[in-house]
Design a protein around this ligand. Structure first.
Ligand code: SAM
Ligand code: SF4
Length: 352
């Protein structure tokens, strides 16, 4: 299969259109939003093959020379913080733990912008062995993806038998002082009936569980609006076992709406990306593992900051490209509009 067939575009537009953009250093867009939250994908590789994300054979390998190096990632992260107003950085992938130099990336960013929280979204496989080094390097928070605590369903959904390693990773993260560990679960029909067990497990382990509506970003292109599990369906299933009290969002740009469980203090969150979209308050900006800037998961418009960086661009030039990329951000993902077409890159190739 070619890279395009596998969901990785090879043609990118050049420099962004800055027409009408106000003179501000921050990452503003035409709809009045300001991006403060940077997602940095550092690899396309993964130790699992979740059906809602990756194809069975994995994503095609990004050629080594196209992957951003440790120094390039650190330079771009620091630029985003110092010049563009980014206030939080999250490393993702693919699976960030697949990079052996992850500790160096974290340590380098932490040394230069120590006031900025550094977080990671991980599948948790093998996390127990590295979490202390990661915390020592400067990692502040982890979100671990876990869709079910049923080992058979876990193996079916991820196509790998690694549940024990993930659970050990979550516990080790707490032990390393990264609490509260947030757990992300994608809503899927085969695991819906197990959602209350997953919530019970997370409450018992002191983790904050958040369910995410599945988005049309799976490599197998099986997502269907009519068949996806909605937030409303989940609330019915959880409500049959727990007493849920709506408490809303912790801040206006937080994607998760929260409910107190059985009077608290435990909570459960739902990120209803499809049925209760929150594009109006989106504050994300994204950098892919191969050095492309993206303003939205769903837009194929990418800006090649790697090429600029390797051609000797100075910080001001890189900042201008980034500002332009965000100025051109779309109003919303458009999943519910007639003629919606999913982006070429799938979730694992963008970085969720
Ligand atoms: N491998 C890491 C992990 O699984 O946490 C980081 C990368 S993964 C792409 C980031 C997040 O995207 C995970 O929480 C995962 O569950 C979520 N995700 C992947 N595919 C998705 C989809 N089609 N819809 C919604 N969320 C998805
Ligand atoms: Fe890998 Fe994360 Fe995608 Fe699962 S969701 S296949 S763990 S990148």
């Amino acid at each position: 299969m070619t890279r395009v067939e596998m969901g990785i575009p090879t043609v990118r537009p050049g420099y962004p259109d800055l027409d009408g953009r106000p003179d501000t250093p921050f990452l503003v867009d035409r709809f009045g939003r300001v991006a403060r939250d940077l997602r940095v994908s550092i690899t396309e590789k993964c130790s699992l093959r979740c059906t809602y994300c990756m194809p069975e054979e994995g994503l095609p390998e990004i050629p080594r020379h196209e992957l951003l190096t440790v120094d390039e990632i650190i330079r771009l992260v620091c630029l985003a913080v110092r010049e563009l107003g980014v206030r939080e950085v999250r490393f993702t992938g693919g699976e960030p733990l697949m990079r052996r130099d992850l500790e160096q990336i974290i340590a380098g960013c932490h040394a230069q912008v120590p006031h900025v929280p550094l977080a990671m979204t991980t599948n948790g496989v093998g996390l127990d062995r590295r979490v202390h080094a990661l915390a020592a390097a400067g990692l502040h928070r982890v979100n671990v993806s876990l869709d079910t605590v049923d080992p058979i369903r876990f193996a079916q959904l991820t196509r790998r038998d690694r549940l024990e390693s993930v659970l050990a990773g979550i516990r080790a993260a707490r032990g390393a002082g990264l609490a509260p560990v947030k757990v992300n679960a994608v809503l899927m029909r085969p695991t819906l009936s197990g959602a209350p067990d997953l919530l019970r497990w997370c409450l018992d382990e002191g983790c904050e569980l958040r369910f995410i509506e599945e988005m049309p970003l799976d490599a197998d292109h099986e997502w269907a609006r009519d068949n996806m599990v909605t937030a409303a369906e989940l609330l019915d299933v959880l409500g049959a076992r727990f007493d849920l009290t709506a408490v809303g969002r912790s801040d206006p740009s937080a994607p998760a709406e929260k409910w107190l469980v059985d009077g608290g203090p435990g909570t459960v969150g739902i990120i209803a990306t499809v049925t209760r979209k929150f594009c109006d308050t989106c504050d994300r900006t994204r950098l892919t593992a191969d050095g492309m800037l993206r303003s939205c998961l769903f837009s194929d418009q990418e800006f090649d900051v790697r090429r600029a960086l390797r051609s000797g661009a100075d910080d001001e030039e890189l900042a201008t490209i980034w500002r332009g990329a965000m100025w051109n951000k779309w109003a919303g993902h458009g999943i519910d509009t007639v003629g919606f077409v999913p982006p070429e890159r799938t979730m694992g190739a963008i970085g969720g």
